[in-house]
Write a protein that binds this ligand. Structure first.
Ligand code: RP5
Length: 164
């Protein structure tokens, strides 16, 4: 199976980004974690993204806060799908990172999840890899069925408690 690359602009993003790890672990998807900054280490960010496909990655998740150009800068150097996580780390509640990540020019897309949406970034990465992987597709479908069952259990609990 192809690997997922998880790149963050700073290790201060890790408390948000690490929520993706558990999802990828649950599905048995291999991944690598890196810190590269579009602004502080642009040469390394470019080198990583330029070689990502030949290094066995199938999807790149890029997380950054503030003027969050990391996902877009990575997307400029690869045709692998890039998923952006805008991180709430500046004084604008993550809106700065959201708009910086999502508003890409035509031809260089970044699939942007919600502010601090690391879990959804991992689920989307899994779904991208599952297009060519029936076993992974089955795992994702079973996870959704399990999530649905949990919601229905909660519904039943509230129905019994309040609906006399
Ligand atoms: C961004 O600046 C990083 O992604 C991080 O969210 C933010 C602050 O970085 P640090 O100053 O904490 O390293 O590039």
């Amino acid at each position: 199976m192809k690997k997922v690359a998880i790149v963050m602009g700073s290790d201060s993003d890790l408390p948000v980004v690490e929520k993706a790890f558990g999802v990828l672990d649950e599905f048995g998807i291999p991944y690598e974690v890196h810190v590269y900054s579009a602004h502080r280490t642009p040469v390394e960010a470019r080198a990583f993204s330029t070689h990502a496909a030949q290094n066995g990655f199938g999807v790149i998740i890029a997380a950054a806060g503030m003027a969050a150009h990391l996902a877009g800068a990575i997307a400029a150097n690869t045709v692998l799908p890039v998923i952006g996580i805008p991180v709430k780390s500046g004084g604008l509640g993550g809106m700065d990172a959201l708009l910086s990540t999502v508003m890409m020019p035509p031809g260089i897309p970044v699939a942007t999840v919600g502010i601090d949406g690391a879990k959804n970034a991992a689920y989307l990465a899994a779904q991208i890899l599952a297009v060519e992987d029936p076993e992974l597709t089955g795992k994702i479908m079973r996870a959704r069925a399990s999530a649905a069952a949990q919601v229905l259990d909660k519904d039943m609990t509230l129905v019994k408690k309040y609906n006399k």
